[in-house]
Each structure stands twice: as C-alpha cells, then as structure tokens.
Design a protein around this ligand. Structure first.
Ligand SMILES: Cc1cc2nc3c(=O)[nH]c(=O)nc-3n(C[C@H](O)[C@H](O)[C@H](O)COP(=O)(O)O)c2cc1C
Length: 179
C-alpha cells in the first residue's frame, strides 16, 4: 500500500451502526486480535484487555448499559475494550492510569482499522454506564471499560463523515499560532 492508498483507506472508513445478518468468523476475530497486539503501549506493557461478547442476552444488557444504543445489540460481536490499571501502575504508579487508558484507546483504534481492512464495519461506543458494563462482563476492580467496539458486516453509507479543516487543529510552535 502506498501513501495515497493509505490515506484513501483511512478516508473510506466511517462508523456503521446497522449490520447484516452475516456473522464474524473465528478466523476474522483472530486476524483482528493479531492486529491489535501490534499496537504500541507505554513501556510495552500492553495495559489493555478485551472481553469479546457474542451472546445475545449479554449484548442486550450492554445495549441497555449504553443508553439503549441498538448497534450494540445488533452487532454480531462487541469488544469491550478495557484499560488494565495494575499492569501499567506496577511500573508507572499513578501515571500508569493515564497510560493504561491510552494503551486501551490505541488498541481500540487498531482493532477498528484492522476491521476496516477486512471490510468489517465498526462503531466505537463510548457512552455507557461503566458500573453496569463491569457487572455484565464481570470485570475485576483494576480493569476499567474504555469503549465498546461493535463489529459487523454491512454497507458503508453513501456519504462519509466530514471533518474539520486540519488548520483548525494544528498550532505551530505555540498554541496561538495557527498553521
Ligand atoms: C471516544 C468515542 C466515543 C464514541 N461514542 C459513540 C457512541 O456512544 N455512540 C455512537 O453511535 N458513536 C460513538 N462514537 C463514534 C463517533 O460518533 C464517530 O466516530 C464520529 O462521529 C466520526 O464519524 P466516523 O467514525 O464515521 O468517521 C464514538 C467515537 C469515539 C472516538
């Protein structure tokens, strides 16, 4: 893949919240997880974990915990992406809390892009009640749920999501100097 193909790859992804009946195979799940493990992490401690949920009842409970967002219920698989505080804090103390959140966020991003490479659609869900999600998948206290990544097959919408101009994000040398 050359650099323009890579940009096209990124530009062609968008969140998809409706899925076909087609399942995600075990081989596809394995590929996604193989990709996630290549993600960088603070001190290479890989302070992320995930709970893969495919059970209909559990997805329904997760959907309820996510304010009834139906993509959580309808996706054939949902990854509960978690920060593992103990793994990171054992080396970095309190700073490890931030690193674990970053590690989990990068892991989720890698998972989302790996899915895109397989033409598997995703929706990152951040709006959920943490305590309820904890209870549904029995997370121990040192594990914090960071995101639900819904994955499924389906069609991309005809219009992709718009973005702000790059210049609105970028500051050169100092905050008040825009590019
Ligand atoms: C941290 C985070 C939280 C998000 N939470 C939700 C959510 O709860 N529900 C939802 O439908 N989409 C959610 N999204 C998806 C965003 O709405 C979506 O990525 C954004 O609108 C850009 O659109 P795109 O993914 O199509 O490029 C979230 C995305 C991120 C990164």
């Amino acid at each position: 893949m050359d650099s323009s193909e890579y940009l096209e790859f990124l530009n062609s992804r968008c969140s998809v919240r409706e899925y076909s009946d087609e399942n995600i195979s075990d081989e596809e799940i394995t590929y996604l997880l193989d990709c996630v493990t290549t993600a960088p992490s603070a001190g290479n401690l890989e302070a992320w974990d995930t709970v893969l949920v495919r059970d209909a009842g559990r997805k329904e409970a997760l959907s309820d915990a996510a304010m009834g967002q139906l993509q959580v219920l309808n996706a054939p698989a949902v990854f509960v992406i978690c920060a593992n505080y103990v793994r990171s804090m054992s080396r970095y103390g309190d700073r490890g809390i931030l690193y674990a959140v970053q590690d989990a966020t990068i892991a989720c991003t890698y998972l989302m892009l790996a899915a895109h490479a397989l033409q598997i659609r995703t929706c990152w869900v951040g709006a959920f009640d943490e305590e309820t999600v904890r209870e549904i998948v029995f997370l121990p206290p040192h594990i914090r749920p960071i995101a639900l990544l819904c994955v499924g097959k389906g069609r991309l919408p005809s219009q992709l999501t718009e973005r702000m101009a790059v210049s609105e994000h970028v500051h050169i040398e100092e905050w008040y100097h825009n590019a």
